[in-house]
Design a protein around this ligand. Structure first.
Ligand code: CAA
Length: 246
């Protein structure tokens, strides 16, 4: 049985990813913030009732020391991580002229530094075992930019740069590294966008609807499967046609 670590694993998209990977047979460790532990643990009875092998661990993936300590503790307990899904992400939207350094740093730390903090300590063991999957969650707004999101768009474009570089480093070791780029997905993150702006965005989506967390989970699960062993360094858009590139 493969073991998967899903950061942001109890958020709107992350919980769908955790459930889908567990339904596909993985043992899943869903990571949440310490402040979210109680609400995250409230998900466990339903998951366990469905026979899904999901546990929750709480640490701040934007903090290198906390993450290193948590991953070392897992390793000491014998957990060998085969699959990493870097799903933790936040928005702090503002036009650049109004953006504080704090909003810039918060977003870069959670959305981008976390990839280093989580993946770097785990990648060598995956290579040594000769099998591994890393899936990083970016965004359509990292591909096309978005008004009010210089911080978020920069971080999410950076996510795929990380993917392409790491994919080259580990391709000969049986480890694939890919990006899934969600469009606008039904979630509290989208609910936070003012209604007038949301309705304009919706008009630009050819599928004429937001996506569901399950749409993202399906793409992630495929990339983590044995069937996807020859796909690496790719960015898979799941955006209802909002942004298409050659
Ligand atoms: N393009 C061009 N101009 C725009 C614009 C746009 N998309 N949106 C707003 N403007 C204009 C307004 O018409 C207004 O013009 P005037 O000054 O001439 O009246 C001006 O910009 C507003 O500027 P403000 O400085 O007053 O902006 P604000 O502080 O009121 O709000 C904002 C800015 C908070 C960023 C707001 O525009 C917003 O929430 N935008 C949505 C951002 C967004 O899409 N976020 C996605 C979140 S979900 C997500 O990120 C998940 C994912 O991966 C897809």
């Amino acid at each position: 049985m493969r073991t998967a670590l899903v950061t942001g694993g109890t958020g709107a998209i992350g919980r769908a990813v955790s459930a889908a990977l567990a339904a596909a047979g993985a043992k899943v460790i869903a990571v949440c913030l310490p402040s979210d532990r109680a609400s995250a643990e409230a998900l466990l009875p339903a998951w366990h009732g469905q026979g899904l092998a999901i546990s929750i661990t709480a640490f701040d993936v934007s903090n290198a020391e906390d993450t290193s300590a948590a991953l070392s503790a897992m390793a000491a307990q014998g957990a060998a991580i085969d699959i990493v899904v870097n799903c933790a992400g936040i928005t702090r939207d503002a036009p650049l002229r109004k953006m504080s350094a704090h909003k810039w740093q918060q977003v870069l730390r959670v959305n981008l530094d976390s990839l280093f903090n989580v993946t770097q300590p785990l990648i060598d063991a995956m290579c040594q075992r000769g099998w591994g999957r890393v899936v990083n969650i970016s965004s359509v707004n990292g591909q096309k930019g978005q008004f009010g999101q210089t911080n978020y768009s920069a971080s999410k474009a950076g996510v795929h740069g990380f993917t392409m570089a790491l994919a080259q480093e580990v391709a000969r070791k049986g480890v694939t590294v890919n990006t899934v780029a969600p469009g606008y997905i039904d979630s509290p993150m989208i609910d936070a966008v003012p209604e007038a702006i949301r309705s304009e965005i919706l008009k630009g989506i050819p599928a004429a609807r937001y996506g569901s967390p399950a749409d993202i989970a399906a793409a992630v699960t495929f990339l983590c499967s044995g069937a996807a062993s020859y796909i690496t360094g790719a960015q898979l858009p799941v955006n209802g046609g909002l942004y298409m590139s050659a």
